[in-house]
Design a protein around this ligand. Sequence first.
Ligand code: NAP
Length: 336
Amino acid sequence: MPVTSREVHLVARPVGEPAPEDFSLEEVTVDDPGPGQVLVRNQWMSVDPYMRGRMNDVKSYVPPYRLGEPMEGGAVGVVTASGSDEVPVGTTVLHAAGWREYALLPADAVRAVDASLAPVQAYLGVLGMVGLTAYAGLTEIAPVREGDVVFVSGAAGAVGSLAGQIARHLGASRVVGSAGGPEKRRRLLEEFGFDAAIDYREGDLESQLAEAAPDGVDVYFDNVGGDHLRAAIAAMRQHGRIALCGAVSQYNATEPAPGPDNLFLAVGKRLTLRGFIVGDHGHLMKEYAQRASGWIASGGLRAEETVVEGIDHAVRAFLDMMRGANTGKMLVRLAS
Ligand code: NAP
């Protein structure tokens, strides 16, 4: 039987910060799966900063969202009807058709996940791309060595909160984080095990970082860009490594943001600045999942979530995440 589903469409390309009017919630009928297809009832969907880039009509490493069509993004759900022997009814699957209650997909576009291993939404966070991003950044891109001082920006967010903890497991002697506001600063210190924490909204970033890392920084995991990258370059030690993961401070910018004006310091300090996209590092997933499971089991990796209920609040979840309302992974629960 066809099902009724609600889905979020992009209806206008945002200029600057997106507004609720740039999106619409549509009710649609989703057909039964044909041969080789599955119907998935989504339980959880992810909202992520990179989605802001897909709202622009520009060429990037992922294609732009199309106007008047449902947006896409990571989701986990259960197969409720199947035209595929490989993916039977009842299978919990991970896929890229979020922003909707039901998804009709080719069976080879979903990946079965083990729902007995962890709460299923973990596959959108610590046991998924988010965790792998932190791990790849600190192992392959800007490898942490025993005794290193590591600085993480966006440190109370999904990737950042894991990166700080993973840096410690990889041998960092001091881990410094920055996030917005006193409450996030407190949580970095008391809940995520950072040695020092900066509230970037309070005063000068460069002097705060100099105080938090008086001997300088060996590895900087950059989620924020802009002033954070500038301050990190100033604080880096000789042969320091910077993983350019994201630049969330610039995603709503309406003009090209200027680069750090102290980049020349990278020459004398022999720095490495390297960008990366997690999708290129899938080969690390097995190794990461094994290590992460061990860290989680021993209480050494805390995976925080901020949960918003219902597809009708999904746009708000995205907008709030971009403004910093989340600690850890921002998720939308669509069904139980
Ligand atoms: P997140 O950190 O959970 O959420 C976004 C955070 O950005 C907010 O909580 C907010 O925290 C912070 N923020 C917003 N505006 C800011 C500003 N002007 N200055 C400083 N911080 C600001 O998101 P996430 O999914 O973990 O992503 C973090 C970064 O990793 C993003 O840049 C994302 O694009 C990147 N990423 C890259 C890859 C890759 O493959 N390279 C993969 C995943 C994610 P505060 O309250 O602290 O401001």
